[in-house]
Ligand binder design. Structure first.
Ligand code: HEM
Length: 427
């Protein structure tokens, strides 16, 4: 899930030149984005970016895309690729792309291009209706338990919904599904928060070092898990992946490595993103009592409320691709291998796609790119939706109305949103 910047790259073949004043303005926009105020409201900064045009040069190289239709087209087109292992090697040894965590992530599903991507995606399987139904019962039970604990806290005062519910539900769901011991969950969650920097837009050297360390620990953990599971194959996804990889790959070490990359990426993909969706959705619910009442009175609006939350403030604000060959993007020349950053968080507020885009309106015509598009469309979307629907439904049917105690804080990121707290109380 690369959302990454081509630091130090030279823009070759762009028919637009950036006046240094525009370049300075864009640098300043991005430094504002990474500050707490920028994280609280990135959308007004995106509006300034959009005013420079739907496709504008990024100061560090590559392009920034804020128009919804262009982002959508790039995601669905075979002319745009993931920055894969070979692309990363071409960027040179002294770039962020040669960091061990970047190399490691380059072997996971969302960093592969066809034909390798097609092969591995097939081996990954899908969350079909039967699986989601089975998981639905487990998720219902987990949500019930988490809301009981939330209520216990609320009876004695305020409670941090992010820590008690949003951070817990995804790890309990995926940990249970993959058969990971519950004692390991807190550490795994911590490691996923650390590894994310290698996928961020402009990571610092110290952030990359944290990603490298986290990824090394995750590698040891998951390789051990795969080898252990091989000795007692059962009816679980890791065992299924072992069987599928064994059919594809005669070399057992290579097969184990294939399973490891799948298990690793499913964990990385499933935790922060879903936690952020759960917190964002709950923030939108509790900050305006009319929204809580709307869902309590019309539970059939639960799915639409979740989709509008995904449009309004998606967990992933940037998705990146590189040009397969020289081409034109909305009239702008792009050279082969150049990177484009699809500013999905901005594109969701594109007035050409959504009238009155800053209005939160679950009744609007749906349409978002929160789960990407084309061949890399998120494999876990049905599971993320299941968790969000179950939580929203139980919240508004079981609990009395909650209210926001104070505005939450966000981690200083650009691509991957993360609410640090969500303090609520009984209304
Ligand atoms: C709200 C929660 C989630 C969001 C916003 C989200 C977002 C995304 C996005 C944007 C991509 C594509 C990246 C790209 O195009 O480069 C993606 C891919 C993926 N996601 Fe999710 N995701 C979520 C939850 C999950 C969950 C729960 C799982 C697994 C259980 C999961 C597994 C995957 C996998 C395996 C891919 C790679 C697909 C491919 O490259 O073919 N995601 N996700």
């Amino acid at each position: 899930m690369a959302a990454v910047a081509q630091k130090g790259a030279v823009i070759v073949g762009l028919s637009v030149t950036t006046p240094s004043s525009d370049r300075r303005a864009t640098v300043s926009l991005f430094s504002r984005l990474r500050k707490p105020e920028g994280q609280t409201d990135p959308f007004s900064i995106y509006a300034e970016l959009r005013s420079q045009g739907g496709v504008s040069p990024a100061p560090w190289g590559g392009l920034l895309v804020t128009r919804f239709s262009t982002c959508d087209r790039v995601l669905r087109s075979g002319d745009w690729l993931e920055p894969d292992k070979e692309w990363r090697q071409r960027q040179g040894e002294r770039t962020r792309w040669s960091a061990p965590s970047s190399r490691e992530i380059s072997s996971t599903l969302p960093a592969l291009n066809p034909p390798e991507h097609t092969r591995v995606r097939r081996a990954a399987g899908t969350f079909d209706r039967g699986t989601i139904e089975r998981m639905g019962r487990r998720v219902g039970g987990i949500v019930e338990r988490l809301l009981d604990s939330l209520m216990d806290h609320l009876h004695t005062g305020e409670a941090d919904f992010a820590a008690l519910v949003s951070e817990e539900l995804p790890i309990a769901t995926i940990g249970d599904w993959l058969g990971l011991p519950a004692a390991d969950w807190p550490r795994l969650r911590e490691l996923t928060h650390d590894q994310v920097f290698t996928q961020e837009l402009l990571p610092s050297a110290s952030q990359l070092a944290r990603s490298d360390a986290a990824m090394a620990e995750l590698r040891t953990y998951f390789l051990e898990l795969v080898r252990d599971r091989r000795t007692r194959l059962g009816d679980d996804p890791v065992s299924d992946w072992i069987r599928r990889w064994d059919a594809l790959e005669p070399d057992q070490d290579k097969a184990d490595e294939g399973v490891y990359f799948l298990a690793l990426f499913v964990l990385l993909a499933a935790l922060e993103t879903t936690s952020t969706l759960l917190s964002t959705m709950t923030l939108l619910l509790v900050e305006d009592p009319t929204r809580w009442n709307m869902i309590a009175e019309h539970p059939d609006l639960v799915p639409a409320f979740v989709e509008e939350s995904l449009r309004y403030d998606p967990p992933t604000h940037v998705i990146s691709r590189v040009a397969a060959r020289d081409c034109l993007l909305d009239g702008v020349e792009v050279g082969a291998d150049q990177m484009v950053h699809l500013m999905v968080g901005a594109a969701h507020r594109d007035p050409e796609r959504h009238p009155h885009p800053d209005l939160f309106d679950p009744r609007r015509k749906p349409g978002h790119l929160a789960f990407s598009g084309g061949i890399h469309y998120c494999l876990g979307a049905p599971l993320a939706r299941l968790e969000a629907h179950t939580l929203l439904h139980q919240l508004t049917t079981r609990l009395p109305r909650l209210t926001l105690v104070r505005r939450p804080g966000w981690a200083p990121r650009v691509a991957f949103r993360r609410l640090l707290n969500l303090d609520v109380a009984l209304a």
